[in-house]
Design a protein around this ligand. Structure first.
Ligand code: NAD
Length: 507
């Protein structure tokens, strides 16, 4: 794992990234960018993108398709660079990087290109008597200039998937990759702009301080993926401009395992979901809830699975990743002090390695049960039955996903019906993200809004309600004008009425 410690490589390309410049102040006081003064280092950039948006350049479908196809070429031509950068950043196994960073984005891209003409179409809607001769439709309008802020755990996927929807919907976009994964940040900043129209899409490299300044600008939509605590900061900044947001946040995803299960299959599917990307997955099963009897069966099955996946020493496996940074390593290592380690537990600070680990004998108040783990640790919490598991889940913040394993569909249904979460999967983990047809997003503390496939296009689209009326036929309008009368009121009520279905007005 020597590679991990290497410094970011120099790319032989000119940097296309936008850097903060104190004198680049095209926004200016009194501009459409609100009260952001020319002192803001990003005002000029936002102003330039807004001018490009107002020019209408991003609206035609042909433009959007050309940009999306260019994004596809980036993924094809730079696949090797992506795999190398993610390996350097966090020891991401190339298989995992290809599946979760490249394939997922290509699928989102293909789904979007296949359906864009349909999604963009005006949707004609029902009319009442008063507007029967008019045209009423929903125009799928771009928001304008949007901001996408991405985290480090899937640094390509979580930047490009929203970007695909933002471009498809006809917006100008600022994307900000995470500063934690330096090699992927550099790749995005130096190479991606070469594929996209620089007038309409900019990559900004920024840490916390710079992002705070960036957020002072008025955007028309902000799409944020990251921690809930930062989500609050982003939402507060957005509120200053009344900017709508999508917040894709994290949390603790419970995984209930009932007594009626194929234990070996459960062990493989849970271990895969937990240890993929070394546990740094927002939808990873965060902890298992099961009976003591099931725990006794699950532990040997998990031990066997971990050996089968990663060999006798996972540190030597090319298929097991590393923590993304020292801070992340130290935080996750500290969680090993909760409960009792029954599998794994080994760490190596130099490599930022934490072994696939299983913990038992836990209290709900233990640190590992208080915060999102975001590392390769699987705690098992004992519950007597499904009712107790549901109470446990409902006593906590609503998660991004609830997992329920049972051969009995009634048990699965019970967990689905009596809990609330962003998504739900039975008898597997992570697999729901392979479907662009399912909305992906959190609820409550795990997020706000949804995306993937059509839902990404919708997230970046304003549904503009439009009514086209003709200039004539004024006689039809007379009943609504003063002087008012009971007779006019009756006519207005009738011609604008929404009838309750199933009620017969003739009787
Ligand atoms: P983070 O919130 O620390 O950082 C995310 C982004 O926000 C980064 O680009 C960072 O530069 C920026 N940022 C950080 N602090 C900021 C501040 N004070 N002001 C402005 N910007 C700031 O998250 P992370 O550590 O990169 O990612 C891990 C978190 O993301 C986990 O909680 C995980 O569950 C969540 N996540 C959620 C999803 C999802 O789809 N719901 C996907 C991946 C990760």
């Amino acid at each position: 794992m020597q590679q991990l410690l290497e410094p970011p490589r120099q790319q032989p390309l000119d940097s296309g990234a936008e850097k903060a410049t104190e004198d680049d102040g095209g926004g200016g006081k009194g501009s459409v960018d609100g009260d952001v003064t020319s002192a803001n280092p990003y005002a000029g950039l936002v102003s330039r993108l807004r001018a490009a948006w107002l020019s209408g350049k991003t609206r035609p479908m042909e433009y959007r398709v050309a940009q999306l196809e260019a994004l596809g070429r980036f993924l094809d031509e730079k696949k090797q660079d992506i795999l190398e950068a993610t390996t350097l950043d966090m020891g991401k196994p190339p298989f995992e990087a290809e599946v979760s960073e490249v394939v997922v984005c290509k699928n989102e891209l293909h789904d979007t290109l296949n359906s864009l003409s349909q999604w963009m179409k005006d949707k004609h809607v029902e009319r009442n008597l008063a507007t029967r001769l008019d045209s009423a439709f929903i125009r799928k309008d771009p928001y304008g200039v949007v901001l996408i802020i991405a985290p480090w755990n899937y640094p390509i996927n979580l930047l490009l998937q929203p970007l695909i929807g933002a471009i498809a919907a006809g917006n100008c976009v600022v994307v900000k990759p995470s500063e934690i994964t330096k090699n992927t940040e550099r790749l995005m900043a130096e190479v991606l702009p070469g594929y996209l129209d620089k007038d309409c899409c900019a990559v900004v490299t920024a840490g916390v301080q710079e992002t705070t300044r960036l957020l002072e600008n008025k955007f028309d939509y902000i799409f944020f993926t990251g921690h809930a605590s930062v989500g609050r900061i982003v939402m507060a900044a957005a509120a200053k401009h009344l900017t709508p947001v999508t917040l894709e946040l994290g949390g603790k995803n419970p995984c209930y395992v009932s007594d009626t299960c194929d234990v070996q299959n459960v062990a493989r599917r849970v271990a895969w979901g937990r240890f993929f990307n070394a546990g740094q997955t927002c939808i990873a099963p965060d902890y298992v809830l099961c009976s003591l009897e099931m725990q006794e069966k699950l532990l040997p099955a998990l031990r066997e699975t971990i050996t089968e996946f990663y060999g006798p020493n996972p540190q030597e496996s090319p298929d097991f990743g590393r923590m993304a940074g020292d801070k992340q390593f130290q935080r996750v290592r500290a969680l090993l002090r909760s409960g009792r380690v029954v599998i794994g537990g080994q760490t190596d600070e130099e490599e930022r390695y934490i072994a696939p680990t299983v913990l038992v004998d836990l209290q709900p108040s233990d640190p590992v049960m208080q915060e999102e783990i975001f590392g390769p640790i699987l705690p098992i919490v004992i519950v007597a039955n499904v009712d107790e598991a549901i109470d446990f889940i409902n006593s906590r913040e609503r998660p991004l996903v609830v997992y329920a394993f049972s051969s009995d569909v009634k048990v699965v249904n019970q967990v689905l019906e009596r809990t609330s979460s962003g998504g739900f999967v039975s008898n597997d983990t992570l697999m729901h993200v392979t479907l662009t047809s399912l909305p992906f997003g959190g609820i409550g503390n795990s997020g706000l809004g949804m995306y993937h496939g059509r839902f990404t296009f919708d997230a970046f689209t304003h549904c503009r309600g439009c009514l086209y009326r003709s200039m004539g036929r004024e006689a039809f309008n007379n009943p609504r004008y003063p002087p008012y009368s009971q007779q006019k009121l009756g006519i207005v009520r009738t011609v604008t009425e929404v009838k309750r279905k199933g009620t017969c007005t003739l009787l």
